[in-house]
Design a protein. Structure first.
Length: 309
């Protein structure tokens, strides 16, 4: 393989929600680029990345000293953070480390549409502030505020109620929202890293490949699972409580208390005002392949939604 000698730093490559970091790392290796992974601990996920030819550096976005080491000789980086508390401190550490290295690091940030100073979600406000901190630090940024729900949220947030009650329950009401596969969001990031000229930047709002409300999602689920699945709108308070139960039943899982509050507030905001108005992105043109549809995702992950005998 050929490509730039300088490694591209990828954060979040061992994360599970959407797995955008892992997709970015894999695709960059396919494109012949050197990849350096920031990981907190060695694991089977880091082993798999090493097998692809990636370099793994043990460090943490909350430890500036390790970031300085990880950024050595880097001029391109992918920054993402879990849907969890701590993004502002992580961004401050990252910005300080970039400045300490003295390198001109261009950074692609995987963000979210709720990143806004007045959003009802605390994590949405925190994401906005984190991006402000990196901007104040003088970083060269391309921020991807993806205006869509990841397909993977169906499994992370709804698999229990779908298996147990044949119901999709949340606070989004009947408002349509964009949907995107985690691999497609990751591919948008790869494009932003390697082909920044395709973006208007520095802040972009890539949309999903489909616009569906949750009644329509329930109908697709019914067809793919071959049993009736209904959508039940519930209050953000009720949904938050249900998601906290999910998080406590699987402490190391995707869902955490902060995420429960975030997504339930996002749903309430969409129910009240509709999804953010953004220009619909031609994902096929942007990522140079046909995006994964929600139906395709559900078909591939049907076993995780089947009722256990």
């Amino acid at each position: 393989m050929t490509g730039s000698v300088a490694p591209i730093l990828v954060t979040g490559a061992t994360g599970r929600h959407g797995s955008t970091g892992a997709h970015v790392a894999r695709r960059l290796r396919e494109e012949g680029r050197q990849v350096r992974i920031l990981a907190r601990t060695p694991s089977e996920r880091t082993d798999a990345l090493v097998a692809l030819g990636a370099e793994v550096v043990i460090g943490d976005l909350h430890d500036r000293r390790t970031l300085v080491t990880a950024l050595a000789d880097v001029d391109l980086a992918y920054f993402t953070y879990p849907v969890a508390d701590g993004i502002v401190a992580a961004a401050a550490n990252y910005a300080a480390a970039v400045r300490e290295t003295g390198c001109a690091v261009r950074t692609v940030v995987m963000s979210m549409a709720p990143a806004h100073p007045q959003h009802s979600s605390e994590l949405g406000r925190a994401q906005w502030l984190a991006e402000e901190v990196m901007t104040w630090g003088g970083l060269d940024l391309l921020i991807l505020r993806v205006a869509a729900i990841f397909h993977e949220n169906i499994l992370a947030l709804h698999s229990d109620s779908i298996r147990r009650d044949n119901q999709l329950r949340n606070s989004f009401s009947d408002k349509p929202v964009g949907w995107i596969n985690g691999s497609d969001a990751g591919e948008v990031a790869v494009t932003a890293l390697l082909h920044p000229e395709r973006f208007d930047g520095p802040i972009c709002y890539p949309s999903g490949s489909e616009l569906l409300n949750h009644h329509e999602v329930a109908e697709i689920l019914s067809q793919e699972l071959e049993r009736p699945i209904s959508f039940e709108p519930i209050s953000p308070e009720t949904w938050r409580e249900e998601l906290i139960i999910v998080s406590e039943s699987d402490p190391g899982g995707v869902v955490n208390h902060a995420m429960a509050g975030h997504i339930s507030n996002v749903g309430a905001a969409v129910a009240a005002r509709g999804a953010p108005s953004v220009e619909f992105t031609d994902l096929t043109r942007l990522i140079s392949r046909t995006p994964v549809s929600l139906r395709e995702f559900l078909r591939a992950n049907r076993s995780e939604l089947e009722v256990t005998p």
